[in-house]
Design a protein around this ligand. Sequence first.
Ligand code: SAJ
Length: 420
Amino acid sequence: MSNEADGKFNTVSVVGLGYIGLPTAAVLASRGLQVIGIDVSEHAVATVNAGKIHIVEPDLDIVVRSVVSTGNLKATLIPQAAEAFIIAVPTPFKEDHQPDLSYIKAAAETIAPVLQPGNLVILESTSPVGTTEQLAGWLAQCREDLSFPQQQGEKADINIAYCPERVLPGNVLQELVANDRIIGGMTPRCAARAAGLYQIFVRGECLLTHARTAEMAKLTENAYRDVNIGFANELSVICDRLKINVWELIRLSNRHPRVNILKPGPGVGGHCIAVDPWFIVSAAPQEARLIRMAREVNDGKPNYVINKALKAANQFKQPVIGCFGLSFKPDIDDLRESPALAITLALVDAKVAEILVVEPNVKQLPDALTRREVEKVHHNEALERANIILLLVAHKEFNGLSSDFLNEKVVIDVAGVLNH
Ligand code: SAJ
């Protein structure tokens, strides 16, 4: 259903130069388009214009340096006219788990003054169902001289689509190009035009649908993963009670041809899976029972681990806990929304044990820990000095930890490090 003729874009503006916007802008620029990156942060704009990056993502620095030096990518604080606009700003939730759409509203108000007939506006931010229509409403309020799909359908001056990102942090450049893309148009023409833009760099398939279905698809993918991780986390707690090794149990159960249980862990971190399912719950609170429960199970896991470690500490006169891993998942340096970090901080604040932190992926511990004078040590030192070994993240550096040391310790293996 995609229309090749619709794929002619020369200038694209990307609003939000974060974890999704910057790689997308850089990849579009690497295909020869003129890309304008808009951000509210002077630091982000200056960094990108210097050919550097302000986020952590493998190889992104190389692509950004190259497209900035050719002049294909320019960052700015001030919106400029373009043929297509991609909005990739955050959509956090508020205290009560209600979605906060203020960044999208601000993005709409930013681009509205420079919109021209024939423009395509794409929303990529993970959003509750109906947000694309809401975005179209905000744009229409700002520009009464233009027509929008909710008013004029296929004849509208402006085309609007929702195209969720699906990339895995740490593997963004590869997945941006390789993954299939869901393209949700407010009308079929909106979808076809958006597909034309993505086909410039996406090697996966572009799957066309309505904006609302595309919004729900994004939430569904992350809620599906959350529910499955919740199942694994609940199993781990049940297995503790029944004195069964959950890792062996899962390995054996997964030998069934139709069973594929995910891994338990310290909880669910990152900025997507722990957030997005709430957008479904807040839209359908009565119906979304399993999805809410999975959130609660996963959010409850850090406390369970903290209590287990404190109970172990009670057995020692001078407890020393070695916390292995701080990041929100293995082999990355991203500490944001990390359950391992939350657990470590809670153990420090409990003041019942000395805490040693092992995190091979960061040079410096975060301020919250240095302020509390927590020591970062190599894993061998932690193995030597700690009497409780708390394995929080399965970093590759922890494979094959010396069992000579471990035999004499209380080992709490939350991440399945010893069962690889
Ligand atoms: N986790 C487990 N057990 C597992 C898998 C993950 O405890 O078996 C934990 C991780 O340790 C981490 C959290 O879940 O704390 C999330 O990690 P992740 O690797 O599952 O996902 P993210 O947050 O890095 O990226 C997800 C991806 N979504 C899906 O796989 C459905 C990615 O494709 C999305 O683009 C991204 O969310 C996003 O931006 O929405």
